[in-house]
Write a protein that binds this ligand. Structure first.
Ligand SMILES: O=C(O)[C@H](O)[C@@H](O)[C@H](O)[C@H](O)COP(=O)(O)O
Length: 267
């Protein structure tokens, strides 16, 4: 049984006792979003993050999804990436390739990883250019209220400090409004050089899913999800996930949800 609570109309919090159950429901939800998007637009543009998210997506590589998902229509992007070689142990591309992409029949030319041969600044610029081209051809949709790309699904993890993508607390790039993709060279967590989608792009997505597990994230989850008023550090990046028109769903395990207020059981 999952706990769930609709905190606001377009925001839902799903809480699971067991990771296997979380993983199964996550696979089911992603496959539903893929089906809806392919039906509506003919494609599914999905942006991945790193961390434990990839292993929690494992059930998508299994039956029935391995056969039922229209993999040929998937286009893969990264919400954030470490500026290291594609074979480097820190590469989010490598993580996704080893744990997910190599196990499902996604068209290799639909996989859009960063240019790993240039500086962080240039990699961000190049990646934004790639995204702009795909917005032009409508592989990626466009927001009707901003000029931002509208990804069909953005998948995020969250760190114990409340960071999402490579948007860290108190960092000046939280205020970045002009760029779609930006870069940092001073990440508080190694490696220091990263590229990341900016908040306006994350908040323009049709769907945002944040997957958070473990007790070390409980306080950050509470601050991000609950209405904590002045207690909340204003710069909690996870609290800034507020899709303008899209739907936000939090997937939490019991440990990560242990400090949440007022969540009700549902069948
Ligand atoms: O590069 C990073 O800073 C991390 O990969 C980060 O983006 C990750 O998504 C969160 O820290 C959650 O990671 P876990 O789910 O593994 O805790």
């Amino acid at each position: 049984m999952a706990l769930s609570g609709a905190k606001e109309d377009a925001r839902e919090v799903r809480i699971y006792e067991y990771l296997d159950e979380l993983s199964a429901d996550l696979a089911d939800y992603i496959s539903e979003l893929s089906e809806a998007s392919v039906k509506e637009r003919g494609v599914f543009a999905i942006a991945l993050s790193g961390g434990s998210l990839i292993s929690l997506m494992r059930k998508l590589c299994e039956a029935p999804y391995s056969k039922t998902v229209d993999w040929a229509k998937w286009y893969i992007f990264w919400v954030d990436e470490r500026v290291v070689g594609k074979n480097h142990v820190d590469s989010n591309y490598k993580l996704a390739k080893d744990g997910f992409l190599s196990k499902v029949p996604i068209v290799p030319s639909h996989v859009h990883s960063i240019n790993d041969t240039v500086s962080a600044e240039k990699a961000a610029e190049d990646y934004e250019f790639v995204i702009r081209q795909l917005v032009r051809t409508r592989v990626i949709s466009v927001s009707d209220i901003s000029d931002c790309p509208k990804f069909d699904l953005i998948l995020l993890g969250m760190g114990p400090d409340g960071h999402i993508a490579s948007l860290f607390p108190d960092h000046y790039i939280l205020d970045e409004k002009a760029e779609w993709v930006t870069f940092i060279t001073d990440s508080p967590e190694p490696p220091p050089e990263r590229i990341t989608f900016t908040l306006p792009v994350i908040n323009s997505a049709s769907n945002v899913v944040v997957v958070v597990t473990g007790s070390s994230k409980a306080e950050a989850a509470h601050l991000a999800i609950d209405d904590v008023g002045p207690e909340c550090p204003l710069s909690s990046p996870a609290k800034m996930i507020q899709p303008t028109k899209g739907k936000l769903v939090w997937y939490l395990d019991k440990a990560a949800a242990s400090k949440l207020e007022g969540t009700k059981y549902s069948e």
